[in-house]
Ligand binder design. Structure first.
Ligand SMILES: [Ca+2]
Length: 409
């Protein structure tokens, strides 16, 4: 191929169009293969599995950074409480130092494995242990059950199985200590629950127009009979209330949290000795938060996203340095919103999106190139025709030339 040199900057693509076409095709194929290899479900927005975020007793060592706390637990010192099995009342003892009569907070997350035989085949199923429960001291109000995850996760739903009666009022609250825009200690309500909303939470709306998921409202706790295991369930699942959960970034971020807690405002039974809270199982479901750009997470806390779509960061919250040709956007169920290559042709290590120009501008062009895409030779530099390793890998090298009129640049 004949190449003419000139003192004016010349776009490299004019000279290596064919080479670039081949290179681009190779890069495209490799990118597709890489994407499929790392995240086969990432053709559009992709998401990790929703899992129970409370580590069970069996796997507590797997998530040492997560913790579960109750602001009040009965039994220290030992105390009596009255219980009702809906037939007759009885007086029981809570004693934190006696395993037979203790009700520590860990009992909201214990489980057992049930094995059933179907057609000669054994199937194991992990089930919550509803025969054990956490219990508060008598006469306490605004008791909290708190799950701290340390890292950001996307909340999906929770289910509280009460051994006692449902409380008259309770609040699900969240906070995100990784969000610099919020005060670290600030908890914000996600949802209120009450037997009588206007009585327990005056001023809190009982419903919101169009089910705006970012505005907390009060949901009436309906009376319900306990099931055969004497559980009264309270469910909270905002993810099924709106189709925008995975497509509206504001909604998505609203449910990103590092901590979630249930504030048990007032007990359902106000009789002295029965005015306590008891929870046999608390399930909090969520997933590591990857903004639709990963299907798997790794790390000690299983919160580090395996990013696809040319994104990076613990939460895939930004584009790779050379892929800022358009602004970062979260993946949605309909669109991958992949980060685009700036096209720096191997002559830069980063680029930034220029809103005025409407595309990505390469930064600190190397190899004597310049221009928004590092696609021009600097003045008095010329495209090398030497068959060098650099030329093969970078699509062209601009070199200075000895010239009778100009010094070597
Ligand atoms: Ca339990």
């Amino acid at each position: 191929m004949e190449i003419k040199t000139t003192s004016k900057p010349r776009p490299l693509w004019m000279l290596y169009r064919n080479c670039r076409t081949i290179s681009f095709f190779v890069v495209f194929v490799v990118s597709v293969l890489n994407c499929r290899g790392s995240s086969a479900q990432c053709l559009k927005g992709c998401y990790p599995e929703f899992v129970d975020l409370l580590p069970s007793l069996d796997t507590a060592e797997q998530f040492p950074s997560r913790s579960l706390n109750a602001s009040s637990t009965c039994g220290d010192p030992p105390s009596e409480y009255d219980t009702s099995n809906f037939i007759q009342r009885a007086t029981e003892i809570c004693n934190a130092s006696d395993p037979l009569f203790a009700h520590p907070v860990q009992f909201v997350q214990d489980s057992f494995t049930e094995t059933v035989e179907i057609l000669g085949q054994d199937y194991s199923n992990v089930k919550p242990n509803l025969t054990t429960w956490w219990q508060s001291e008598n006469g306490k109000t605004n008791v909290t059950l708190t799950l701290s995850l340390q890292d950001e996760f996307l909340f999906q739903s929770m289910q509280v199985s009460f051994k006692s009666k449902k409380p008259l009022g309770m609040i699900v609250e969240a906070r995100n200590t990784r969000n610099a825009s919020t005060v670290e200690e600030l908890w914000s309500p996600l949802q209120y629950f009450a037997k009588d909303c206007s009585l327990s939470f005056p001023g809190v709306p009982t419903k919101v127009d169009d089910q705006d998921l970012t505005i907390p409202f009060c949901q009436v706790l309906e009376e319900s009979a306990a099931d055969e295991q004497e559980q009264q369930l309270v469910l909270y699942n905002p993810s099924v209330q709106s189709g925008d959960f995975f497509s509206d970034e504001a909604v998505y971020r609203h449910y990103m949290l590092t901590d979630v807690r249930v504030v048990l405002v007032s007990p359902g039974d106000t009789a002295e000795g029965s005015d306590f809270f008891a929870v046999s199982d608390w399930e909090v479901k969520g997933q590591c938060s990857c903004f639709g750009h990963a299907a798997e997470c790794t790390g000690e806390n299983e919160n580090v996203c395996q990013c696809a779509h040319n994104t990076q960061g613990v939460n895939c919250e930004e584009c790779l340095p050379l892929y800022n040709n358009r602004p970062w956007r979260m993946g949605t169920p309909d669109q991958d919103n992949i980060c685009e290559d700036c096209g720096c042709q191997g002559h830069a290590s980063s680029c930034y999106y220029d809103a005025e120009k409407g595309y990505g501008v390469c930064e600190n062009c190397t190899d004597n190139t310049e221009g928004d895409k590092c696609d021009q030779c600097r003045p008095f530099h010329y495209l090398s025709i030497e068959d060098t390793p650099e030329r093969n890998t970078m699509g062209g090298v601009c070199r200075g030339r000895n010239c009778p009129l100009f010094l070597h640049w």
